[in-house]
Design a protein around this ligand. Structure first.
Ligand code: S3P
Length: 432
């Protein structure tokens, strides 16, 4: 796929799809609740469709009606044994959350994934689950995973790796486990699971003490379904936001965007860089913060972000690095270790591809340094993505300034944002 230079800015009101994290949870939690759930605006991307088909395989009735997904919940302990392995494609969220949930079910199951997912660490979820007495066999810490039926016991767990996927996997295991599980979080991770579990009536209590968050969950209480309106995805919006910022004569509005404070670091970081971004019509929907976002072309300045930003915006460093490449001074982004275990080694690919685009950058101890210039001379216009959707979309945005760039394996974009190319071209992008 080729991404070319744009000359007249990007303008309009692009449609951003439903939030990926909330969409996964909108299938998982209603499936194990009682009652019927109508979901509006769910993201129909490959990752989410893999979660959906896993629950269909486990006997949950899921139908589509007038653009809504209708789920007839089966209750905490009534999923059926899947006849085959469940293939989760590229989706780390499906893999970690399902490993937790399935550990507490009364049947055995096997989870598999594509090449990228099969190289991502699973011990981070299987180890704490084993402490709960789960019987999990991994392939040396990777997929495929075999989960055998077992009676779980509750644990007290300090979430040392700042990962909402680990936390959510444990919460889903604890939901169906007799007794009280306590999870202590010292670094912020996205809290969509807690928000949804609370509104579905789980016995969950959350307290903030000093800089820690304590989550207490008492298991085996049945959940009651609610309807869900999935807000649009801030992570997907970020590609349009940065394109508008770095291209002259741009003005865009993004509607109904999730602005959850555990996840909105990209807005804070870009504002720190001098971005013209306005959040308007702030409101809540299903206890999630939602707003509209207005963005216009800006003169960006470099900035230094400490590791606490990584907790609030881990998925946004590929696109933030593109913004930093067009600032008027250098940037340093610290504490990016977790970037190495995403859909690709994102730190490696950001460096490799920026350098091929002529950007002077380096990493030291997982800190990223970017030294922008006024003009870039492309050294190699092949963008290596290792089938990582966010690397592909970030370098499409790079292409708008210095293109043409040839983005390899761009099909990965379908894992999170299948309508990206059409929406981008509608507002002035040149992708073909
Ligand atoms: C996600 C959590 C994050 C994020 C991923 C989605 C989720 O991963 O990178 O894209 O839906 O819980 P970690 O929790 O492993 O950091």
């Amino acid at each position: 796929m080729i991404s070319g230079i744009i000359t007249n800015g990007i303008n309009g009101v692009p449609k951003v799809p439903g939030d990926k994290s909330i969409s996964h949870r909108s299938i998982i939690i209603p499936s194990i609740s009682n009652g019927v759930c109508e979901i509006n605006n769910i993201l129909k991307s490959e990752d989410v469709l893999h979660t959906l088909s896993a629950f269909k395989t486990m006997g949950v009735k899921i139908e589509e009606y007038e653009n809504k997904i209708i789920i007839q919940g089966k209750g905490l302990n009534s999923l059926s044994a899947p006849k085959n392995e469940m293939y989760l494609g590229n989706s780390g969220t499906s893999a970690r959350l399902l490993t937790g949930l399935l550990s507490s079910q009364k049947f055995n199951s096997v989870l598999t994934g594509d090449k990228s997912l099969s190289s991502r660490p699973m011990k981070r979820i299987s180890d704490p689950l084993s402490r709960m007495n789960a019987k999990i066999k991994t392939n040396n810490g990777f997929l495929p995973i075999l989960i055998e039926s077992s009676n779980l016991k509750p644990i007290n767990f300090d979430l040392e790796i700042p990962s909402a996927q680990i936390k959510s996997g444990l919460l889903l295991a604890a939901l169906n486990t007799k007794g009280e599980t306590n999870i202590t979080e010292t670094k912020i991770t996205r809290d969509h699971t807690e928000i949804m579990l609370e509104s579905f009536g789980a016995n969950i209590d959350i307290q903030k003490i000093d800089n820690k968050k304590l989550i207490k969950i008492i298991g085996q209480k049945e959940l009651l379904s609610n309807n869900i309106d999935v807000p649009n995805d801030l992570s997907s919006s970020a590609f349009f936001i940065v394109s508008a910022l770095i291209n002259k004569n741009s003005n865009i509005t993004l509607k109904n965007i999730n602005n959850n404070p555990t996840r909105n670091g990209i807005i804070l970081a870009l504002k720190k860089m001098g971005a013209n971004i306005k959040l308007i019509n702030n409101r809540t929907s299903n206890n999630e913060n939602v707003c509209d976002i207005e963005v216009s072309s800006s003169n960006l300045h470099g900035c230094e972000l400490g590791p606490e930003f990584a907790d609030l915006m881990i998925d946004e460093y590929p696109i933030l690095s593109i913004a930093a490449s067009f600032a008027d001074s250098p940037s340093i982004f610290r504490g990016l270790k977790e970037l190495r275990v995403k859909e690709s080694d994102r730190l490696k690919l950001i460096l490799l591809n920026l350098q091929n685009c002529g950007v002077n950058c380096k990493s030291e101890n997982n800190d990223l340094f970017i030294y922008p210039k006024d003009n870039y001379h492309i050294k190699n216009n092949f963008i290596q993505t290792d089938f990582d959707h966010r690397i592909a979309m970030a370098f499409c945005v790079m292409g708008t300034k210095i293109g043409p760039l040839n983005i390899k394996d761009a099909k990965s974009i379908d894992t999170s944002f299948p309508t990206f190319i059409g929406e981008f071209n509608n507002i002035g992008g040149k992708i073909f």
